[in-house]
Design a protein around this ligand. Sequence first.
Ligand SMILES: [Zn+2]
Ligand SMILES: [Zn+2]
Length: 332
Amino acid sequence: MQATFWGVRGSVPSPITGKQLEAKIAHTIHYAIRTGKFTPETPLEEVATWLHEIPFEMRSTYGGNTTCLSVNCDDIQFILDMGTGIRELGLAQMSGIIKNKTLSCIALLTHVHWDHIQGFPFWAPLYLPRRVFNCSCTLYGGKTWDSQLELVLKGQMNAPVFPVNLEEIEQTSMKLNFNSIYDGWEGRFETRSNDEVRVLARKLNHPQETFGYRIEYNGNVFAFTTDNEPFAAGVPKGMIELVKNADVWVTDCQYTLQNYTGEVGGVPKHGWGHSYPEAIALIAEHAKPKRIITTHHDPQADDDTIWKIAHTVQQLTGIPTEAAYEGLVLDL
Ligand SMILES: [Zn+2]
Ligand SMILES: [Zn+2]
């Protein structure tokens, strides 16, 4: 199983600003000078190697695209949410599609808030003509929303807000197959080697119906629970079922506790549907995942804050934890 992160931001795309980038460069140059190991004769490769070894949050950035991950189990490719990160996934898929003239994937949608579907119209494979390419995507999403998944995706592409409508695509380009899921839904998929991939969906605590997913394949477990607010009264059974002994648990941890309570920022975030390190630690205590990846980073959070949130989770749980960044690849 291989998971790749294409978008890790919550709520709204929030790319690094020029000012933040400048500050980062100044900080890194200053740090480099203080090491005393560089001269005008130092080759660029040596500088690049050194750069790669200094802390990630200093030299790089977690990324500004909203939620999208791909999880590959042999020949099965799952797409978890279709935030703006799916544009990058689409570009990465293109060379394989051009070569093989085919794409088949399964999209597991947690919910349809904008930050989880907004990249869909910018997913390049969607537009490849059916007369040349055999592209299909089977989508799974909730059914108790005011509008079904297909209608929501159509809605964000209806004129005058987008120039191509989804009906046109469904008739001439990618084949889309829509399915409803429910709390406790289990999907079983077979790889080309006849191995089974089991997917479990359980409801999370978030405005509008939202699901977390547990993907089991080849003895490995990948759990994904974004957009979840902790319950005051303990950890729900469904959450434990999703995360229990997971090899990797990818979870929303948008706020610090102080942001959540309003002690910092002035506005309490109760009812906004997101987590903070202390709540993650409580779930981890019950479910005992082996590794934690925090995601759905707050648009307001800079790279240092995102690092600190993940670091706090690691301190509280004693479980290896890191913050998701665009391009992070996990092999399970
Ligand atoms: Zn979200
Ligand atoms: Zn949401």
